[in-house]
Design a protein around this ligand. Structure first.
Ligand code: GLY
Ligand code: MN
Ligand code: MN
Length: 436
């Protein structure tokens, strides 16, 4: 649970970074139709949520920093409406929103055009993130045209338009104690869900049943939605990186790759585990599995202040390249194979990404062209994998094996905390769990 005052502190911190005589406009997400009269579950815009904690569509946050550095926050949102609320659910209402969410001012959405014009008029800088919500972009361009078109009325449009997102995203990259507590919880629920799916797996069960096991556990623990489309890929399906059909039957002797994490109060977990359908790894599966695990461990060594994702990836790739030579999959000199990134034929994705309100969370990966060093408070995934499609040019015994191992790490002063340590990962731990 993130307290209301933390949202207020975030707004204040963002305001402190704005230029003088500036206004920032940040709209909420829009509701999307799934099919006639039915909407997709509403998911708030992550930046808007980060700054407000307000979870309704049809809302806009405006932050102002006047010429004399007076700061103010303004929320526009839906009116209370008895009939609409009987049909579609409760609304906070603009009268309540001000006190409940600690805004300086709140208004009904019907006043947006008029008030926005007066809040933007004569400001020198407009902070806005264009390109996400087309209808709102049009509103902003039309407002700017109005302000540019009538100087005699005292209108003046901002001279400078800046993207607000880099400032918000830099803040979001560093997690607060309250955010870390939520992410620990999301990770723990997701670990338990993976264990549940492992216990359920057997030949004849289906990928969608494993998905159902995971989603049941999420929902039963207050996380009603997965953070992204759950991947349950058995056999050769594991070699489709974003496989989400989840429709096949599990076969004895195959592995199954599950990439799934819940979203808890906005915060994502992102875990991949790969395990044998029948509870025991074959020799060939063990060889590849141990290699991916060793690569992940090598990457972990770099997850500490000063380390970088690029260095971690190089370490993982070195281990994988050496291993692929030993397995007879790659041939040649290690340095040359590393230079040519030869292992990329079987490891097609990146090593990891920031994690937070979005599963592929925001934040720069480079600072002034240089690889960004890790700092305490960042959360990221480390997820090496090796994929041997059934058509790949590898020894027969490796064909159809696809393995990824993914954990969520919080960077600490001395290294990292593995938030997803509870999901079994060694061959011994996986086999032991699956015997029960
Ligand atoms: N589940 C998406 C990813 O691992 O990045
Ligand atoms: Mn994942
Ligand atoms: Mn991931």
């Amino acid at each position: 649970m993130i307290e209301t005052k933390e949202f207020l502190q975030r707004r204040t911190r963002l305001l402190s970074q704005l230029d003088k005589n500036a206004v920032a406009v940040i709209p909420a997400a829009v509701e999307l139709t799934r099919s006639r009269d039915t909407e997709f579950p509403f998911r708030q815009d992550s930046d808007f949520y980060y700054l407000t904690g307000f979870n309704e569509p049809d809302a806009v946050l405006v932050l102002c920093k006047d010429r004399d550095e007076q700061l103010s926050s303004h929320l526009f949102c839906r009116n209370k409406d008895k009939v609409a609320e009987i049909w579609h659910g409760r609304r906070v209402g603009f009268e309540q929103a001000k006190a409940q969410y600690l805004f300086d001012h709140s208004y009904p959405l019907s006043e947006l055009d008029e008030q926005l014009q007066s809040l933007v008029n004569t400001k020198r800088v407009l902070y806005y993130g264009q390109g996400t919500y087309g209808d709102f972009d049009n509103k902003i361009w039309s407002l700017l045209s109005t302000l540019r078109g009538a100087p005699k009325k005292g209108y003046r449009a901002p001279e400078i338009i800046k993207d607000i997102r880099p400032l918000v995203h830099e803040m979001r990259l560093f997690k607060s104690e309250a955010e870390i507590a939520l992410m620990r919880k999301a990770a723990k629920i997701s670990c338990e869900a993976h264990k549940r799916a492992m216990r359920f797996a057997k030949a004849g069960a289906t990928e969608y049943q494993l998905e159902a096991e995971l989603h049941h556990h999420y929902a039963m623990n207050g996380a009603r939605h997965p953070a992204y489309g759950t991947i349950v890929g058995s056999g050769n399906n594991a070699n489709i990186l974003h496989y989400t059909e989840n429709g096949d039957e599990l076969k004895a002797g195959d592995l199954v790759l599950i990439d799934s994490g819940c979203e808890l109060q906005g915060y994502a977990a992102d875990i991949t585990r790969t395990f044998p359908v029948s509870g025991r790894f074959s020799e060939a599966q063990k060889q590849v599995y141990e290699l991916v695990l060793k690569a992940q461990q090598a990457a972990f060594e770099h997850v500490k202040p000063g380390g970088t994702l690029v260095k971690a990836n190089q370490a993982a790739m070195k281990v994988m390249t050496q291993g692929l030579i030993q397995l007879g999959i790659l041939a040649g000199d290690l340095d040359t194979l590393m230079e040519n990134q030869a292992c990329k034929a079987f490891y097609m994705h990146g090593l990891g990404h920031w994690l937070g309100l979005d599963v592929h969370d925001v934040g720069e990966y480079k600072l002034d062209e240089a690889d960004r060093p890790f700092e305490p408070g960042m959360v990221l995934t480390i997820e090496p994998g090796l994929y041997f499609d059934e058509d790949a040019e590898v020894p027969e015994k490796f064909k159809g094996i696809g393995i990824r191992i993914e954990d969520d790490l919080l960077v600490t002063e001395s290294g990292f905390e593995n938030l997803t340590v509870d999901a079994p990962k060694t061959i011994a731990d996986i086999e032991a769990l699956m015997q029960h």
